[in-house]
Design a protein around this ligand. Structure first.
Ligand SMILES: [Zn+2]
Length: 389
């Protein structure tokens, strides 16, 4: 029949009229099987259906071959095999076919469905295997994690804190932003006292309610002496390690931020000999058993009498070298018996109690211990320096 599809279709009853070449349509043909034309069209439509299924199969397989990611594979699975997927639609439509057709197309469709499902499973295994490898490959060598460590200042501070606590001293902390009173006045350096000139102080640009500038960055750890006395009273034994600040032009020997450690002992009948015993113990701990201590008078406003403490140079054992400027001695401590005014400011009666105080530069001690010739390295944050400890 020439150009039959068009003519035939127009003469067919409604269900069959839907069937057009190139379009996949499911139709019922009950009662029409006998018609030659019907069969012809039916075969034609079944042929299209087969073609469509084959085409879809090829499309799915070629898409599957390109998939590299799990997410894309999932999308494809939904597109073709999902509840509203393209292959599912075709398979669902098979229920409308006659038994004979079902047998013919159904078998093909099921084979293809099985094949595609198998390919999806294979792709899944391949992809998850790959991405699993990316996540954890236990055969790769581990990445070395750098461990932090303590700064040389902290190492020396810890060592000294251990020593002092073994001698019965408390370790105290105090504010770095300090009142003018505790930093100066309380330790016997009243306003306008010339001793204030000895320290280049960072004053804070903030007035109190009386219109005075009364805040400073503490210039020494001695600012905690009176705080400790007020809080704990006598008898008292404490050390105060911490940061201090001076308005210094920085060079190899000067730094605006440095560390001190303060010591204070108040009790009945405390004398210079007690102080000497403690300082000697500290010197030996720092520089070895053979270290000797020498004390010479020196003025500090908060002690009376005052003495600087020198220890035998650990480098030349007192013979003289460049470190000790050929004197054989290294000046380490400032010390003395606590001035009665300071005791009074701390609420302690100087007629009953006496005490000694000392302070030394933790930074300087650390420099001497490790032979560090530039004080700026401590605050510089240079790992080449810090990693050596
Ligand atoms: Zn020396």
């Amino acid at each position: 029949m020439k150009n039959s599809s068009k003519i035939v279709i127009s003469n067919l009853p409604a269900p069959l009229r839907l069937a057009r070449p190139g379009k996949l349509v499911i139709w019922k043909v009950k009662g029409w099987e006998k018609s030659h034309e019907e069969l012809r069209i039916k075969n034609y439509e079944l042929g299209i259906m087969k073609n469509e299924i084959e085409k879809l199969k090829n499309e799915i397989l070629s898409n599957l071959a390109k998939v590299k990611e799990e997410r894309v594979l999932k999308d494809l699975e939904i597109k073709y095999l999902g509840r509203k997927g393209e292959l599912t639609k075709i398979l669902r439509s098979l229920k409308d076919l006659s038994e004979k057709e079902k047998k013919e197309i159904g078998q093909l469709a099921n084979e293809i469905k099985k094949e595609i499902e198998d390919k999806f499973s294979e792709a899944k295994i391949a992809i998850s295997g790959k991405s699993g490898q990316e996540r954890v490959d236990i055969t790769l060598p581990g990445e070395k994690i750098e461990r932090g460590h303590l700064s040389p200042l902290t190492l020396v501070q810890n060592e000294l804190e251990d020593l002092f606590t073994s001698l019965g001293f408390m370790v105290l902390d105090g504010p770095e932003l300090e009142s003018d009173f505790y930093n100066f006045t309380a330790v016997n350096i009243p306003p306008n006292h010339p001793a204030r000139d000895m320290q280049d102080t960072f004053y804070i640009d903030k007035k109190n309610k009386d219109g005075e500038y009364d805040l400073v960055m503490r210039t020494h750890t001695s600012s905690v002496q009176v705080r400790a006395m007020q809080k704990y009273g006598a008898p008292l034994r404490c050390v105060v390690p911490g940061k201090c600040f001076r308005c210094e032009a920085t060079d190899v020997r000067h730094e605006h931020t440095f560390y001190q450690i303060e010591g204070l002992m108040v009790d009945k009948g405390i004398s210079l000999s007690n102080m000497k015993a403690v300082l000697e113990t500290v010197a030996k701990k720092l520089y070895g058993e053979d270290t000797k201590l020498r004390m010479r008078p020196k003025f500090y406003p908060f002690v009376e009498p005052g003495a600087n403490g020198e220890v035998t140079c650990f480098l030349c054992q007192g013979k003289g070298c460049s470190l000790c400027k050929n004197s054989g001695w290294l000046e380490i401590f400032g010390s003395g018996l606590v001035h009665p005014n300071v005791l009074k400011n701390g609420g302690i009666d100087p007629k009953i109690y006496s005490g000694f105080a000392f302070g030394f530069g933790l930074t300087r001690v650390t420099q001497l211990k490790y032979g560090i010739d530039d004080i700026r390295l401590f605050n510089g944050g240079d790992l080449r320096f810090l990693n050596q400890f």
